[in-house]
Design a protein around this ligand. Structure first.
Ligand code: SAM
Length: 288
């Protein structure tokens, strides 16, 4: 965009701060000041940001319950040669936030989409994790019900990727407990809390120690969290390999016979040995 020029009539997907207002980019400020419209997840939340940076743009609502309708309004503005910015409450739109359906509709209408890179909690947490895995998987929010949560984790257990999750404070203890149950105590977790805010904490520990750490002070369970799990270590993989060979047939038989999972796991352990956590994770996968 040339200085002073009206921005091209496109949908600008603009990342906004996840805590610290200073993290807004120069380009985000420039675009937000010069577009005609800002489509926001929550207009009441975005209005102070626009005031703060001196943007006169008009706001329109674009949340998860009106994405189709918002897309139509945005397309109409773009066709009148007006530039529109899309923002969510925090971070990058469409990353565990509304926006993807709007972008798809605007693209299908043959109109231009311009992303403005910026804050994203997953990327910030990963950058401070110290994990050196070349590949990582962004999962976002896990299911909240215990059975679905454990099943979702069991499906991820053997993947050779670092895993990145978003979690709400009231779920943090239950989720970390389920992670320990399914992944065992050896796997390393990083709890990245309140990134870029006053009480930012980034704590790294084996899963076996994470709950004790969280429960040692109630404030450690407060705020917004990114949870990261490292790739399976050599020890964990070797243990898994041996167990899989020894136990697979027994466990398969017992699970398919309809035995409750806990009983199938206990019996397999009795007959063929192995780690309860690994057997339980596998039983969750095998469950019809
Ligand atoms: N679109 C956002 C992004 O780009 O990261 C994510 C939005 S999602 C609705 C909100 C979740 O992101 C929170 O529940 C938390 O898991 C994570 N999150 C957002 N801000 C955070 C922060 N400052 N520190 C840690 N996690 C954060």
């Amino acid at each position: 965009m040339a200085p002073g020029a009206a921005p091209e009539a496109a949908l600008y997907v603009v990342a906004t701060p996840i805590g610290n207002l200073g993290d807004i980019t120069l380009r985000a400020c420039e675009v937000l000041r010069r577009v005609s419209w800002v489509a926001a997840e929550d207009t009441r939340h975005t209005a102070p940001l626009l005031r703060h940076i001196g943007s006169p743009a008009r706001l329109l609502a674009a949340h998860e319950h009106n994405e189709e309708e918002a897309a139509e309004r945005i397309i109409a503005h773009l066709r009148q040669n007006e530039a529109v910015a899309l923002v969510s409450d925090a971070g990058t739109p469409a990353i565990s936030d509304p926006g993807a359906r709007i972008v798809a509709r605007v693209r299908a209408a043959g109109l231009r989409i311009i992303p403005l890179p910026g804050p994203c909690a997953a990327a910030a947490a990963l950058s401070a994790s110290g994990f050196s895995a070349p590949h990582w998987l962004f999962y976002g929010f896990l299911p909240t019900r215990e059975k679905q949560l454990e099943k979702a984790l069991a499906e991820l257990r053997a993947l050779p990727y670092a895993l990145v999750f978003y979690e709400a404070p009231h779920r943090i203890v239950a989720t970390v407990r389920a992670m320990e149950k399914v992944f065992g105590g050896v796997r390393r977790i990083v709890l990245a809390r309140e990134i870029s805010k006053l009480f930012e904490t980034i704590h790294s520990a084996p899963l076996a120690e994470a709950i004790t750490w969280l429960e040692a002070e109630e404030t450690r369970q407060k705020g917004e969290f990114v949870l990261l799990l490292d790739t399976p270590g050599a020890e964990e993989k070797a243990e898994d390999g041996a167990e899989t060979e020894k136990n697979e047939r027994v466990l398969r038989l017992l699970v398919s016979s309809g035995l409750p999972l806990k009983q199938a796991v206990a019996l397999t352990q009795e007959i063929a040995g192995g780690s309860r956590n690994a057997l339980y994770a596998r039983a969750l996968e095998l469950k019809p």
